[in-house]
Design a protein around this ligand. Structure first.
Ligand SMILES: O=c1ccn([C@@H]2O[C@H](COP(=O)(O)OP(=O)(O)O[C@H]3OC[C@@H](O)[C@H](O)[C@H]3O)[C@@H](O)[C@H]2O)c(=O)[nH]1
Length: 300
């Protein structure tokens, strides 16, 4: 049997990601198993992509699953000798004092803050992964994923790109938290998928930053959304959430050198693809959607 013949992708069925899975249902090579990762499971597999945990701050504050779920998946990998890929996060860097963030930076995380269930949970998940690697000779890979967006994202995911896109399409004001000067780096989903596969198939443990180094303030993001969807879209300022990181931008030198990977899709290229998909799902299949250089117009 070749490596990769049996691959499991452990993901969040109940936090909106089911939209991501259902289109595979007719594929004879695809099997959907509903299972809570906090309960052990026995399967014969060669590779485990462990993505199970809500990624949106709105959701993960209520339903963090990092530690117990990771332990179960590591246990499964150890029992069957599978290669294990952990999807960690840029949030391990917390509110970073180093910019851009390099994988060798240890981060600046508030251990008792509202984000800590996720930040510290993922840090613990990285620790467990490395302990299984060192102690049980498990083959492991670690990715640190930066803010990612794209088609099939849950419309009420709560992260900023999906919020702004859905709001602009619905003619609601885009909700900018705080002064909107905080920065993020937004990665298109297909770039991430390519990075994860290269990491899994490659020879290096990592961790690897997987993100797009393009850096935007939230006000700049709002401008890109205006240019893409509706130049008249309004902005409404809201109080910011606690412990919101001020800036984030990945240094991807390591991924470029060791995985031969870098993102190909800029925000201005990726956003219209997401808008087309959001239009269909918000306005229904009968909507007329036109993406032009001046914007995307949705008619119902
Ligand atoms: O409607 C909104 C939502 C969010 N924001 C702001 O937009 C910025 C980005 O917030 P998001 O909710 O998209 O997510 P964050 O970038 O903070 O966290 C993400 O980081 C990387 C991943 O691992 C996770 O997907 C997630 O934790 C924050 O500064 C937030 O305050 C708004 O201004 N308006």
């Amino acid at each position: 049997m070749e490596r990769g013949d049996h691959v499991i992708v452990v993901d969040n069925f109940f936090t909106g990601r089911k939209d991501n899975l259902l289109h595979h249902l007719g594929n004879p090579n695809f099997e959907l198993i509903r299972h809570d990762v906090v309960e052990p499971i026995l399967l014969e597999v060669d590779q485990i992509y462990h993505l199970a945990c809500p990624a949106s701050p709105v959701h993960y504050k209520y339903n963090p699953t990092n530690v117990v779920g990771t332990l179960n998946m590591l246990g499964l990998a150890k029992r069957v000798g599978a290669r294990f890929l952990l999807t960690s996060t840029s949030e391990v860097y917390g509110d970073p004092l180093q910019h851009p963030q390099v994988e060798t930076y240890w981060g600046n995380v508030n251990p008792i803050g509202v984000r800590s269930c996720y930040d510290e949970g993922k840090r613990t998940a990285e620790t467990l992964t490395m302990d299984y690697h060192r102690g049980a000779n498990l083959e492991v890979r670690i990715a640190r994923i930066f803010n990612t967006y794209g088609p099939r994202m849950c419309i009420d995911d709560g992260r900023v790109v999906s919020n702004f896109v859905a709001q602009a399409l619905r003619k609601e004001p885009m909700t900018v938290y705080g002064d909107g000067k905080q920065t993020r780096s937004f990665q298109y989903v297909s770039d991430l998928v390519e990075g994860l596969i290269r990491l899994m198939e490659g020879d290096h443990v990592g961790p690897f930053n997987l993100g797009n180094p393009g850096e935007f303030t939230m006000l700049e993001l709002a401008k890109v959304v205006q240019d893409t969807i509706d130049s008249e879209a309004k902005i409404e300022f809201r109080p910011n959430t606690e412990d919101d990181p001020h800036k984030r931008k990945p240094d991807i030198t390591r991924a470029k050198e060791l995985l031969g990977w870098e993102p190909k899709i800029s925000l201005r290229q990726g956003l219209p693809l997401m808008v087309t998909d959001f239009c269909k799902r918000i306005f229904g299949d009968h909507s007329e959607t036109t993406t032009t250089t001046t914007g995307t117009v949705a008619g119902s």
